[in-house]
Write a new protein. Structure first.
Length: 245
């Protein structure tokens, strides 16, 4: 069991929180974390690069002159890679760099990344985090009070528009719900700042509501938070309308 301090929004320690490291994997697994980071980076690649080979450029396929008895170096056609305007040797083609990991393995990698932050004293826990209006100053003062001057990932219990608008203008600060962060997000930032509720949901997903499935494709940086899902239509006992005919 690991005992961690809990801070308020003014940077003062107000309580202690006990974390069972067995729920986070028990030990740091460097190979698993590397595999997760490589997967997320590979999934970010577009793979749309393309260059023209000797079969793609315009030009005759006729040999320029005879192989022997001309006194010149051996030449093929105009499309060879050593000729001006010819195709490239080993031309690049579009390819898919996507890699896959099982869901349980991705969840273990995320939890293991949190354990890595705990072991290196790079995890800060807040009792709560909220702002009345979208202002950058409260979040900046909070980071200053916690002595966070490098990149930081702020993990909350859910999407809060005021928080997102307040943190998006801070250099090196990223705000995400705990259900959407992954191992790459955690390891890419120097400090992980989580609310007590968000960490509790990671440790006990069944108690605080099941976390959403982890996406293998990291969302685009700087994008707006996704809108809430539309409400389901109310159930009615009326018969469906009859089709034509």
């Amino acid at each position: 069991m690991i005992e961690l301090p809990v801070y308020n929004q003014t940077g003062q320690e107000v309580a202690k929180m006990t974390v069972d490291e067995a729920k986070l994997g028990g030990q740091v697994r460097p190979r698993l974390l590397k595999q997760a980071v490589v997967m997320f980076q590979a999934n970010r690649r577009q793979g749309t690069v393309a260059t023209r080979g000797r079969g793609d450029v315009a030009g005759s396929t006729r040999k320029l002159y005879a192989q022997k008895k001309t006194g010149n170096a051996r030449r093929g056609n105009l499309r060879t890679n050593i000729m001006k305007g010819g195709g490239m040797a080993f031309a690049k083609r579009p390819r898919d760099f996507r890699q896959l990991m099982p869901v349980r393995q991705r969840r273990l990698a995320r939890n293991n990344a949190i354990l890595c932050k705990i072991k290196s004293n790079r995890l800060k826990i807040l009792d709560s985090l909220s702002v009345a209006t979208p202002k950058t100053k409260p979040i900046a003062n909070l980071l200053k009070a916690l002595h966070i001057d490098r990149s930081v990932l702020i993990a909350t219990d859910g999407w809060d528009r005021n928080l997102w608008l307040s943190a998006r203008n801070l250099a090196g600060a990223t705000l995400k719900p705990a259900a959407e962060m992954n191992a790459y997000d955690i390891l890419a930032c120097r400090t992980l700042l989580m609310t007590k509720t968000a960490l509790g949901r990671v440790l006990n997903p069944a108690a605080g509501g099941r976390l959403a499935p982890l996406s293998q494709d990291p969302p685009a940086a700087g994008g707006a938070p996704p809108p809430p899902p539309p409400p389901l239509p109310a159930a009615t006992d009326a018969a469906p309308p009859a089709g034509p005919g």
